[in-house]
Design a protein around this ligand. Structure first.
Ligand SMILES: *Cc1c(COP(=O)(O)O)cnc(C)c1O
Length: 384
């Protein structure tokens, strides 16, 4: 099916999936094989070896491209493997401008792995996209953004970044994990590559680790597919199948994540012991106008601080919830609670994170799709 013909909710169900040629199975089978038999040397059906090609992965890759309004999709063993593949487009001496409030693992691979290969990363605030231009020089090759950001839920103007990237001939990478394609399609706003940790909303059931890239440029797709095959961080067919199945309910899950997120953000805001509540749907959120412009809804990711800002106070809350499970990750059907300072963002030095507003008591919620009254009761009991 073509990308444009059907609306998003239909593409989630049908894109990339066609009846299995052998049996007519409506759902793409899990092609659990490492190799494919050839009739004679080089005489094959387009499948030679499973690191290079797999039909279950093909179906998923087509689905990913379709739901992000892109031409090409590529799957990886994790979101970080997808990140790693994108950075491998660069060479020593190249520079990247990166939003300073981003997934801890992305910061870690950039500073602890790729910096040693001579790639330079500038971490800057991007609430005003024009600030990016100050850091562009003749070595700059890439702009890397994540929006909404994790865990501070800032919003970056993707379209404005796209204009800057185009003007300076730079690759604009947008990590769309938090919003998911249901809420935002960065390719339509000028992104060159969209990245997902499909572990989160795309998979949606906390049962798989997976990464994805989508792009429109054929040359770029060829280079990234070469890296995917050469470096080998490919997903197994069962994992591809789980993500393919997850995508089929993305739109109905996201609708409920958004509804529950809104109710919980409003509840927290009314709580006497809660300091700041960060949720992009609030009209007084500093980037609400951009969020309204580029997102179709505001999601179920919420961060909040306690008026008594200390790690101990946060830990009391984290240990007291019964439905919100204390765990890393996000985007699953079950609600999670986390403490960025000691969990997902522990690899960022305290001084650095405090500067960016990632304070000691900051608690992050990934609001699931349980009954919202039960979730609010759980928080009421835990915060006290
Ligand atoms: C989880 C996450 C990643 C990394 O993905 P993995 O699947 O865990 O490797 C990257 N970016 C964001 C925004 C994430 O939340």
């Amino acid at each position: 099916m073509t990308n444009k013909k059907y609306k998003l909710n239909t593409k989630m169900i049908h894109a990339g999936v066609s009846p299995d040629p052998t049996t007519g199975a409506i759902m793409t089978p899990i092609y659990q094989t490492s190799t494919y038999v050839q009739a004679g040397p080089g005489d094959h059906k387009g499948y030679e070896y499973a690191r290079t090609q797999n039909p279950t992965r093909d179906a998923l890759q087509s689905s990913l491209a379709a739901i992000e309004n892109a031409k090409y999709g590529l799957s990886f063993g994790s979101g970080m493997a997808a990140t790693d593949a994108v950075i491998k487009l660069l060479k020593p001496g190249d520079e990247v401008i990166v939003s300073n409030d981003l997934y801890g693992g992305t910061y870690r691979v950039m500073t602890k792995v790729f910096a040693a290969y001579g790639i330079k990363f500038h971490f800057i605030g991007m609430q005003d996209a024009q600030d990016i231009t100050k850091h562009i020089n003749s070595n700059t090759k890439m702009i890397w953004i994540e929006t909404p950001t994790n865990p501070l839920l800032n919003v970056i103007d993707i379209e404005a970044c796209g204009v800057i990237a185009k003007k300076h001939d730079l690759i604009l990478v947008c990590d769309n994990t938090f919003a998911s394609p249901y809420l935002q399609n960065p390719m339509d706003l000028g992104a060159t590559i969209v990245l997902h940790s499909a572990t989160k909303y795309l998979g949606g059931h906390s049962d798989v680790v997976h990464g994805a890239l989508v792009m429109n440029d054929a040359g770029l797709e060829e280079r990234l597919r070469f890296i995917q095959n050469s470096c080998g961080a490919v997903p197994g067919p069962h994992d591809c199948w789980l993500v393919l199945r997850g995508i089929k309910t993305l739109h109905v899950r996201m609708q409920r994540h958004c509804e529950n997120g809104e109710a919980i953000a409003k509840y927290l805001r009314s709580h006497a012991k809660v300091g700041k509540v960060l949720w992009v749907g609030f009209e007084d959120h500093p980037n609400h106008d951009i969020a309204k412009k580029q997102m179709r809804g505001f999601g179920g990711m919420i961060s909040f601080t306690l008026k008594n800002d200390s790690i101990d106070e946060a830990v009391k809350v984290l240990k007291s919830t019964k439905l919100f499970a204390l765990a890393e990750s996000l985007g699953g059907v079950e609600s999670l609670i986390g403490h960025p300072a000691t969990m997902t963002h522990a690899s960022i030095p305290r001084e650095e994170r405090m500067k960016n507003g990632l304070v000691d008591s900051l608690i992050r919620l990934s609001v699931g799709i349980e009954d919202v009254d039960d979730l609010i009761d759980d928080l009421k009991h835990a915060i006290g």
